[in-house]
Design a protein. Structure first.
Length: 216
């Protein structure tokens, strides 16, 4: 099997929640409504592939209706930590002419911030509807699901003129599987068992910089 190499331009796509960052944003948002445990259980089942992702996201977001939108900034500042090695991975890739994308079933509020903070080339996620400074409990537009992630990888590889043989995808949940399968190298990062079983490469200890060790 030919592996992607750092010696040529490439494209890396990664998931956000529990991959780029150490938490699930929606669970932390729910904590401000006192329903973190309830939301977290649904999230875990969705990530294990036991629930339809789009339906489960719709259900979870509905439970956030009425929450002050300022909570999103509080979550970003107080609850979110980058995964160890994330900045090293991204900087090294960029130095070597790679493009880096962040694709998430989470929310644009956070992916937009990471795009600016980390110099990312592409982001895709869900936009929470806000009315009168409060969450309405709805998502605007089509929900970013497993197929959306896979399709975005293929589209951006074409846009950036990157051959698929030079693509890498990193994720932890069932909704990452089509993307991981489409990339030349799919990496399960501290992932659910179902995800680890489906790919050739798994990282179960250490940080995201270990992805660099896999690039020949």
């Amino acid at each position: 099997m030919i592996k992607p190499t750092l010696n040529k331009p490439g494209l890396l796509f990664m998931d956000m929640d529990s991959t780029l960052i150490r938490c699930e944003c929606i669970d932390e948002i729910a904590d401000f409504m006192g329903i973190k445990h309830e939301i977290s259980e649904i999230t875990k089942r969705a990530m294990r592939g036991e629930l339809d992702f789009a339906a489960s996201l719709t259900e979870r977001v509905q439970l956030l209706a009425g929450l002050d939108a300022s909570v999103l900034e509080t979550v970003y500042k107080e609850r979110i930590e980058l995964t160890e090695g994330a900045e090293t991975l991204i900087k090294t890739l960029k130095t070597n002419g790679w493009k880096v994308g962040l694709v998430s079933g989470g929310f644009t509020y956070f992916t937009d911030k990471f795009r600016e903070r980390l110099g990312l080339d592409f982001t895709l996620s869900n936009r929470l509807e806000v009315h009168n400074s409060r969450l309405t409990g709805s998502v605007l537009g089509d929900i970013v699901d497993a197929e959306s992630k896979r399709r975005a990888l293929l589209e951006q590889a074409d846009i950036f003129s990157i051959p698929m043989s030079q693509t890498v995808a990193i994720g932890d949940g069932a909704n990452d599987l089509p993307m991981l399968g489409a990339a030349a190298m799919g990496v399960a990062f501290h992932a659910k068992p179902r995800v680890q079983e489906a790919v050739h490469y798994a990282i179960n200890s250490g940080g995201l910089e270990k992805v660099l060790d896999l690039l020949g």
